[in-house]
Design a protein around this ligand. Structure first.
Ligand SMILES: [Zn+2]
Ligand SMILES: [Zn+2]
Length: 372
């Protein structure tokens, strides 16, 4: 009792002459801030208790006058005792005081948005490069056509819910530190619809929605990456009681291609030349996303050399241009030599000299350049 109590106006952060409305909105603001669901402030509960007590005093004319004239002492001698709250029910208290929508609570569920639906497609890398159209089939909840989404069997109609009188909501009176409050919640009987069905529709069993197999065309855009999702807005499950439909999310798997490695928007591949092709120079056909291209390799081509084919990589998703195709040269060394081949190579070995192997750039520098 000896601890100095903070001034109630300071607690709420308002002037002494603040109007009732200012006091209320100051408390509302604090309460939002200190709500256990949003605040990670370690003293949130204690600060809320303080704010609620300040609000309790300043929101009532009698106690506010008493406090203004005599301070905390005046309240004590005037017999005021701050209410005790059940903090376990703090969230409940908030909903009582502020209504249920303050924190996006579930009681405004009359018009529920339909759920989202997930689907998957697989595309080849080349299809991901060009862009491709795919059909996905998925079960989607749609408004039942038999009963026009009323849930009632044809020839009958839904009746007004006797429990809530058609409002879809039920009210109950709760007591709290702020006095008595009317608490509104979704009607248990009709689950918010305001109507009940005595003869359910035979097709949807009164659920108002029915599952339908739907085929959707998905445009997979050029340049899509593995694991990206395409959203088809409003193609998901239909909403309830007029709520909007959910979305369809299509997860795209880009299948690996044995010929290419994708590195962002670039494509990396390798070409195998024989030792003699690399040394003598050659032409080779190399696969790219645009088909095979014929490339010339000059005499003395080294393993680890890279050839950059500008603009032959993947298209930039929702952008302009394309990445590059980087081609890494591999030189294969012959194995399992015949006697004749061995004799020729030995002869070559006797004839070769240092100048044949003088390099401008080492193998590792070239390799590094390939991966930048
Ligand atoms: Zn139906
Ligand atoms: Zn009802």
């Amino acid at each position: 009792m000896a601890t100095a109590k903070r001034d109630y106006y300071d607690v709420l952060g308002v002037e002494r002459g603040a109007s009732d409305r200012e006091i209320k909105s100051a408390f509302r603001r604090l309460a939002r801030e200190l709500h256990p669901d949003v605040s990670d402030h370690p003293e949130a509960q204690e600060r809320f208790r303080e704010a609620a007590e300040a609000y309790e005093v300043l929101s009532k004319t009698e106690t506010r006058e008493l406090y203004d004239r005599y301070g905390h002492e005046g309240l004590r001698t005037g017999g005021f005792r701050p209410s005790d709250f059940d903090f376990a029910n703090l969230a409940d208290l908030f909903s009582v005081f502020f209504g249920d929508d303050l924190f996006g609570g579930g009681l405004g569920a009359r018009r529920a948005r339909g759920a989202d639906v997930m689907a998957e497609v697989e595309v080849e890398l080349e299809e991901a490069a060009r862009g491709v159209k795919r059909e996905v089939r998925l079960p989607v909840a749609v408004p039942c056509p038999t009963c026009q989404a009323t849930g009632a069997a044809p020839g009958t109609s839904p009746e007004t819910c006797p429990a809530c009188g058609g409002s879809g909501r039920q009210q109950s009176v709760s007591s709290s530190v702020f006095g008595q409050f009317i608490r509104t919640s979704t009607c248990q009987e009709c689950r918010g619809a305001g109507e009940v069905v005595s003869t359910p529709c035979p097709d949807c069993k009164g659920a108002r929605r029915r599952i339908e197999d739907r085929a959707l065309d998905v445009d997979v855009p050029p340049g899509i990456h593995d694991g990206q999702r395409i959203r088809l807005s409003g193609e998901g499950h239909s909403g309830e009681l007029g709520g909007r439909a959910g979305d369809v999310y299509v997860l795209v798997h880009v299948l690996p291609d044995v010929r290419f490695v994708r590195d962002g928007n670039d494509i990396v591949s390798s070409v195998d030349l024989t030792m003699s092709e690399a040394s003598l120079g050659t032409h080779a056909s190399v696969p790219t996303l645009d088909g095979d291209v014929d490339l010339e390799f000059k005499p003395g081509t080294q393993p680890g050399e890279t050839r950059v084919l500008r603009g032959k990589g993947m298209p930039v998703l929702q952008g302009f241009g394309r990445g590059d195709h980087r081609l890494l040269v591999n030189v294969a060394v012959p194995r399992n030599l015949s006697d004749e081949q061995r004799r020729l190579l030995e002869e070559f070995a006797r004839a070769e000299h240092e100048a044949n192997y003088k390099a401008e750039e080492g193998f590792f520098e070239k390799l590094r350049a390939a991966f930048r």
